[in-house]
Design a protein around this ligand. Structure first.
Ligand SMILES: NC(=O)c1ccc[n+]([C@@H]2O[C@H](COP(=O)([O-])OP(=O)(O)OC[C@H]3O[C@@H](n4cnc5c(N)ncnc54)[C@H](OP(=O)(O)O)[C@@H]3O)[C@@H](O)[C@H]2O)c1
Length: 281
């Protein structure tokens, strides 16, 4: 647990996510920003300039802090945790956390073995444009998992910058992240597939994107506001089997994988339509 009212924070791996969180915490004065460590001194200096605080450091000059954010990319987190655990820095009574949605808190086990409490706090949003996220962070949801004492200590710090915690059982972390892959990455692939299919009908990609704009936004808004069952329209919802079969054959003729996707999504859509009809009874 942090020892002071304003816990000290070290960030080891201070890229887009680390910079945004640190700047927000620094601005509201919730944490005492301490050491910032990146791979290169230039990157550390850029992070400190963005945050408006923090002291450049390396693993060999790092001081003890109440909180340590291991904020590198996912692939580096396990080795960075091991490297941190091998330093002379005391970790007993401190909290170490990372922000990965894909990895469990347990990748910080080397620091837990040094008596730190560990957690993962995954803000569910894109940090591609850090300045924009700083301005719009309020209301961000975070999937959280790890030692209850670490979660309890981190919750008020994240709440202080407008974030909400949703606790996930450690064994469900993989499924949790798969949900985000469907909602974000696969949605992109699905929209790209739509553009390609429009392309086969002779519509240029830029025109297809404009044509899809109102449809995609309205559909997403309807799902987010009222749920998938109420938002579903189209041939499967209307039990228009002939249309579905004709579309399937037309798509699979030019691209077997897209045909397979259409068929499998059709089966899931059928399941959803049945659920929707059941709810209306
Ligand atoms: N980006 C997103 O939209 C997003 C959203 C939610 C969660 N996350 C999670 O947040 C975490 C950080 O992602 P990010 O997008 O902020 O990554 P990022 O922008 O690529 O930044 C990673 C930072 O880690 C530093 N680093 C890498 N290896 C290091 C090492 N061995 N020692 C010290 N520093 C090291 C890099 O330093 P250099 O600059 O010197 O190379 C860089 O500053 C990841 O776990 C990711 O899954 C990301």
């Amino acid at each position: 647990m942090p020892s002071a009212m304003r816990p000290t924070l070290n960030i080891v791996g201070c890229g887009k996510v680390g910079r945004v969180l640190a700047r927000l915490w620094h601005a509201v004065g919730i944490v005492q920003l301490q050491d910032i460590v990146n791979r290169t001194p230039q990157s550390t200096a850029t992070a400190i300039a963005f945050i408006g605080g923090g002291t450049p450091a390396t693993l060999s000059t790092l001081r003890r802090a109440d909180l340590t954010l291991v904020g590198s990319g996912d692939d580096q987190i396990p080795s960075l945790a091991a490297a941190l655990a091998a330093t002379a820095v005391p970790f007993d009574g401190t909290i170490a956390f990372h922000c990965s949605g894909a990895l469990p808190a347990s990748v910080l086990a080397p620091l837990q073995q040094r008596s730190a409490a560990i957690a993962s706090v995954h803000p569910v949003r894109s940090f591609a444009l850090p300045e924009k996220v700083v301005a719009q962070f309020d209301g961000t949801w975070c999937g959280v998992e790890g030692d209850p004492s670490a979660i309890a200590a981190l919750e008020p710090l994240f709440a202080g910058i407008g974030a909400h915690f949703v606790t996930i059982a450690s064994e469900h972390k993989v499924l949790y992240h798969a949900g985000a892959v469907f909602a974000s990455n696969y949605l992109v692939t699905l929209l790209d597939t739509a553009v390609q299919v429009y392309g086969k009908a002779g519509i240029a990609p830029d025109v297809a994107l404009q044509m899809m704009s109102a449809l995609v936004r309205e559909t997403a808004d309807n799902v987010l506001q009222d749920g998938a069952e109420k938002a579903l329209t189209g041939p499967i919802a209307r039990s228009d089997a002939g249309t579905v079969i004709r579309q399937y054959h037309a798509i699979k003729e030019s691209d077997a994988l897209q045909g397979d996707l259409y068929r499998r999504l059709g089966r899931l859509t059928h399941r959803l339509a049945k659920r929707a009809r059941g709810n209306r009874r």
